[in-house]
Design a protein around this ligand. Structure first.
Ligand code: AMP
Length: 477
């Protein structure tokens, strides 16, 4: 995406406005202490014509302004953010965050999935981290010289602090671990809306007692809106659009399951609506024209107008537009899938199991094709997934089918679609998926797990970790 100096200026203004909304509730955290934010940059590359190219987050972390404020406001040294190995970078960022735990007033990352990745990494490495803090020595597998140099400047043996952290991590339940580990934290900042909403329950468990705040809605293409009610529930968050950030237009989106699916007009025939003319309750696809040179660019996000702040429209994030499962004429959107998964996973909760990750794909290797869901399930308080009754998983398949839309059910009844399948994968499978995408160039800071798998290699990663397959026993209706 093109970026210009003016774009960066808008970014800075956006940051200030977004902070002013959180400041009303949490005070001026810049004065109160430091932020432990997990941040990952990727190396910049150069295009054949000599222009620099980088992910948006990398270009922010590379800016001189960010580098100036970093030591005062953040716990992570710049070397850990630019570490070429994200795992070494993550280990060191957690280490620095723990060493400065008494100063931390805010914990977060850009997206909820990265915060969870950090917590899970802590679950797997806390003994080693505590040992490093106790001895004042950095583990040998951290070979990055930048990280080692940064650590050598601050690390000294601190057995008392190591014991304190160890005692907290040693608890049977990790409920509320973030607040216990960083006792002065006032809130968790990360996007919890859109595809990230699937992580809310798990994050709430680990962060019990701290609000989860989605501060803003932005994309590489344009900066869009801020959340003026940081304390509202993650599922109710609306973003107030800032009309000075880009020229926003909106393409009305019809309901995918409308009777008129087949007759749906082309986007070219649909009139674009200006920001001032959007209607409450209507869904739109976002189209932006920016000072950096994009002209009527479709972002691919579907938003719903939820209200107005003065005259500025507010939007709830609905879904990514093109994430659609389809075997025949039916179309299943990201939201349809989310609703069905939410209904089905409710069967697991009372039995002491949590669905931690899911994704989907359409298997057409045999006719008729069918929907496949990959589920990663975790037992609460040391429970083992092997204890999960297969009958419950079969019921989850049925519940999902019952919760899908009318067209799906009709097609299923007519055997145009075969029985829905859930493939349970072993712990860590979705982390392996994330590692795969990061190895292919995705920025870990901006990683969003696909709701629907399209790549053969990604599919292989999940398929090779399947520990159980379950099918819906009967057609819904
Ligand atoms: P990126 O290309 O990494 O900049 O990611 C931008 C995309 O992330 C957007 O187009 C959205 O799909 C998603 N996104 C960004 N902010 C939010 C948010 N606050 N809520 C939901 N999705 C978001």
């Amino acid at each position: 995406m093109p970026v210009t100096a003016e774009y960066h200026k808008k970014g800075a203004l956006f940051g200030t406005l977004s902070q002013s909304a959180t400041m009303r509730h949490f005070g001026d955290i810049n004065q109160a202490g430091k932020r432990m934010e997990l941040m990952f940059a990727r190396p910049e590359i150069e295009t054949p014509s000599g222009l620099k190219a980088a992910s948006v987050s990398t270009s922010i972390y590379s800016g001189s302004n960010f580098r100036t404020i970093l030591p005062k406001l953040y716990t992570s040294p710049i070397e850990t953010i630019f570490c070429p190995d994200p795992n070494q970078g993550l280990y060191c960022q957690l280490l620095f965050g723990l060493i400065q735990r008494d100063e931390v007033v805010k914990v977060g990352s850009l997206f909820a999935s990265t915060v969870l990745r950090g917590i899970k990494f802590l679950e797997n490495h806390w003994q080693e981290l505590c040992y490093d803090i106790k001895t004042g020595r950095l583990s040998d597998w951290i070979t990055d010289s930048g990280c080692r140099d940064a650590a050598s400047l601050v690390m000294k043996p601190n057995p008392e602090q190591a014991d304190l952290i160890e005692n907290i991590c040693n608890c049977k339940s990790w409920e509320g671990i973030v607040r216990k580990q960083w006792p002065k934290a006032r809130y968790i900042r990360c996007v919890c809306t859109g595809v990230m909403r699937q992580y809310i329950a798990e994050l709430e468990f680990y962060c019990r007692g701290l609000p989860l705040v989605s501060t803003s809605y932005a994309c590489s293409e344009a900066i869009c809106g801020i959340n003026l009610e940081p304390l509202c529930k993650p599922c109710d968050v609306s973003y107030t659009f800032l009309p000075n950030m880009a020229y926003f237009e909106f393409l009305p989106v019809e309901n995918y399951h409308d009777e008129s699916i087949e007759m749906k007009r082309n986007d070219e025939d649909t009139e674009l609506v200006d920001l001032v003319n959007v209607k409450v309750g209507q869904c739109y696809e976002l189209v932006v024209s920016t000072c950096a040179g994009l002209y009527r660019y479709k972002v691919g996000d579907v938003l719903m107008v939820s209200g107005f702040y003065n005259n500025a429209p507010q939007f709830q994030f609905v879904e990514r537009k093109n994430v659609i499962l389809s075997v025949d004429q039916e179309k299943t959107s990201e939201t349809d899938l989310f609703k069905a998964v939410t209904e089905a996973k409710a069967l697991l909760d009372p039995l002491g199991f949590i669905l931690t990750e899911y994704t989907s794909y359409v298997d057409t290797s045999s006719a008729p094709g069918h929907y496949v869901l990959f589920w990663e399930i975790k037992g609460k308080e040391g429970k083992n997934c092997k204890e999960l009754d297969p009958k419950i998983m079969v019921e989850c398949c049925s519940r999902m089918e019952e919760s899908l839309h009318y067209t799906y059910k009709i097609y299923r009844k007519r055997n145009i679609i075969a029985a829905l399948e859930i493939r349970v994968v072993k712990q860590g499978s979705f982390e392996a998926l994330m590692d795969y995408y990061v190895s292919k160039g995705t920025s870990l800071s901006q990683y969003k797990k696909p709701s629907c798998i399209k790549s053969e290699e990604a599919l292989k990663i999940l398929d090779s970790r399947v520990i159980g397959k379950y099918f819906s026993p009967k057609s819904p209706l």
